[in-house]
Write a protein that binds this ligand. Sequence first.
Ligand code: G3I
Length: 490
Amino acid sequence: MNERRTGGRARLLLGGACAVLIAVSSVAVATVARADLAGPPGTTLKAAAERSGRYFGAAMGGDRLSDQGFLTIANREFDMMTAVNEMKPDATEPNRGQFDFRAGDAIYNWATQHALRVRGHTLAWHAQQPRFWGSLSGSALRTAMIDHINGVMAHYRGKLYAWDVVNEAFAENGSRRSSNLQSTGNDWIEVAFRTARAADPSVKLCYNDYNIENWTYAKTQGVYTMIRDFKSRGVPIDCVGLQTHFTGGSSLPGNFQTTLSSFAALGVDVALTEADVTNASATQYAGLTQACMNVPRCVGITTWGIRDSDSWRGNESPLLFDRNSNPKAAYTSVLNALNAASTTVPGTSTPPPSTPGSTPPSTPGSTPPSTPGSTPGSTPPSTPPVTGSPGACTATYHLTNSWSGGFQGEVTVANTGPTTIEGWTVQLTLAGGQTIANVWNGINTGTSGTVSVRNAAYNGSLGANASTSFGFLVNGSSSTAPASVSCTSP
Ligand code: G3I
């Protein structure tokens, strides 16, 4: 990339099934007073973002997996991760049909083992293509792109929060960027999205670009027009990623919130996916964060690295932490803006208040992993909750989302005893033909039939009347609720 940037997740008290249902399936509070945000102000980026149902993410290269300084901050402050280069086409399919997920999986494994969710970046792009794409054109290249999307998405099916399906496909003047992919025909982007939806209906599908932050900029309008067209024709797309590189001379435009709300009004989520700001201007960081917090469907912010030493433009010192891992003034400005959010994300349930002085649990899966727009009528959780209570804890199951070929469930685990429990195990008996693809906020044994899910490291300790929850994705032809759900604690 040499172009210059020119514009720039309830505490569920055990008060009965009814109350639980309401809390879990709570739909969108579009605008809330600050006092309605969950819990006390967050003291970490993720805790502050989660109060309004949002995430705070970072990007990391594989080399950071051996960088304890980086990992410490990533684990403490962030609940979403993007691989800088390791999930790009050249990394995942170096030779035709030979997929290599080792580098991407290493990042995915670290992230999910530390309760961060993962954004996939990226599937189709003019840059960092497999070498063999260079000798292809026309229908052969189109087929290679489709095969690539299918191959990569099959590997990560049900595991990711979102995919940047197509990256940077527009030129600065608002027309399509000329590229080998563009030369396969103007429909290459929608083909990529249709392929992606079929390959993994559980993941959000995003278009991602830079210099689309200024509402009056031609490129912003070009992308907006394409998204509007896609939504009007039913091309499956769930989100727009605005990279938000206010670096290399660009700065935060005054109309950034207008841009975010305009895209969101088309019926897509918006996210700031690669944020960095020259010299980490606290004013600009506060402004970009406030803009997102003011737009209900702005679901989260990701910075492109954590410390300046992680940045692709480290000489501009554009990130929230300095080279010595110290938070900058910009960090405080972002934290304050997150805590002052004026909207919550529709469809999210906010997390239990974090315990003051402890590291708050992060909340992978607090946002449904997709809003499968291609499956009308797929959302209402109409099945009654299934509750069992053989031990001091109870487990209550809810359907939170469903689509053709799968569904997302959530189990609320509550301590009904008078004393704190240290650890819990839930047993779920799935219907025939159902297989668990992913579990968050819990560790599963087995994926079909009777599945056991025990607490994660951070949510096993439950005080009297306290509760927590875990979520899971299931592949299967029906969303029939588990035949039984039970909880035991030591
Ligand atoms: O791994 C090789 C190394 O073996 C070799 O010695 C070295 C020599 O230059 O190159 C290394 O590869 C570099 C790679 O980053 C890993 O550091 C590539 O040259 C370099 O081109 C590549 O740059 C990446 C860039 O995307 C490529 O377009 C940056 O790390 C990455 O931060 C950047 O990320 C992009 C997003 O994907 C899209 N939006 C813009 C963003 C910033 O440019």
